[in-house]
Design a binder for this molecule. Structure first.
Ligand SMILES: Cc1cc2nc3c(=O)[nH]c(=O)nc-3n(C[C@H](O)[C@H](O)[C@H](O)COP(=O)(O)O)c2cc1C
Length: 305
């Protein structure tokens, strides 16, 4: 089969392929680096960072569901300064696009973190305005267009690298938020974050998660994510990083046909540490079987009825 060019440009950043690993499902790459060279990935999106370290929510905070998991980890992380000092130098040894994911309590916190991370040499900033598992910050910014725009503007003013805003699926119309952050200067959008859900233990009659509710991810959310990526791609001009339930090349191809320029693999990393590389290889095989010379030809290639 002819070779497919897997290289692509995403919001001004060159990537060796369109496969990224999703924030919160890959830590800072250390554990996966014991299995393979993580520099083979198009991009590595790091665990969500906050201004100060966070312990996250009390357990139980992860539970299985049919075709997915519910989590309420609550942004456990060492804080932005410890990331820059201890994790970024290790990550920089790999030839992959390093994306820092940030969550703040105020637009000012988002701005300060963006400046520190740009100065420290990350390739891109992903602004999480959509975490369903923290009491302050996070989700409220992602569900109100004006607030999402305010955070985006603050980050754009202080970041010297491309800025991608991560959208929540927990809204009535995701295109309204996507348009608001595009107008505020976002260079790209990523979607979807987890879908709010709940499980109850029938014997104890208690919610399974200590925080009562959590975010659903994994194959169960793929059709929701494909639909939202399609809607957003039709509503904005900036590139889309599509994620939510991807665990095969076929899933990734669907997401790209719906309009995504690149895709992220999340929960599948927990099931199989090699998942992201397998998705890459399967995607390449699909593109080759369709006689494409570049994987980018899939983006937006959906055919209307
Ligand atoms: C355990 C866990 C932790 C996560 N932590 C973050 C995070 O810190 N920041 C963020 O933006 N998204 C976070 N996410 C959301 C994922 O990046 C991704 O958007 C979502 O899981 C959908 O993709 P998937 O179905 O492939 O996992 C987390 C997801 C999981 C399962």
């Amino acid at each position: 089969m002819p070779k497919v060019d897997m290289r692509m440009h995403f919001a001004g950043v060159s990537m060796k392929n369109p496969i990224v690993v999703a924030s919160g499902t890959y830590g800072f790459g250390r554990e996966f680096g014991e299995f393979y060279n993580i520099g083979q990935l198009g991009g590595i999106c790091c665990k969500g960072l906050t201004f100060t370290p966070r312990e996250g929510n009390p357990p139980p905070r992860v539970a299985e569901t049919p075709m997915g998991i519910l989590n309420s980890v609550g942004l456990q992380n060492p804080g932005v300064d410890a990331f820059i000092a201890n994790e970024l130098p290790e990550l920089r040894k790999h030839d992959s696009c390093i994306i820092a994911n940030i969550s703040g309590n105020t637009p000012e916190e988002y701005a300060i973190m963006s400046k520190k991370l740009s100065d420290a040499g990350v390739d891109m900033i992903e602004v999480n305005v959509s975490c369903p598992n923290v009491k302050c910050g996070g989700l409220q910014y992602g569900v109100v267009p004006e607030l999402a725009a305010e955070v985006t503007e603050a980050v754009k003013k202080s970041a010297s690298v491309p800025v991608m805003v991560k959208l929540s699926p927990n809204v009535t119309d995701i295109t309204v938020i996507a348009k608001a952050v595009e107008s505020a200067g976002a260079d790209a959008v990523s979607l979807i974050n987890t879908v709010r859900g709940m499980r109850i233990d029938v014997k104890t009659r208690r919610p399974v998660l200590r925080m009562n509710t959590g975010g659903l991810s994994g194959p169960a959310v793929l059709p929701i994510a494909v639909r939202m990526v399609w809607e957003v791609s039709n509503a904005v001009q900036i590139p889309v990083l599509g994620m939510g339930g991807i665990s095969s090349g076929e899933d990734a191809a669907q997401m790209m046909l719906a309009g995504a320029s690149a895709v992220a693999v999340g929960t599948a990393n927990f099931v199989n540490p090699f998942a992201a590389l397998q998705v890459r290889d399967e995607l390449e095989a699909i593109a080759a079987a369709q006689n494409l010379s570049s994987v980018t030809e899939l983006t937006g290639g959906i055919c209307p009825w």
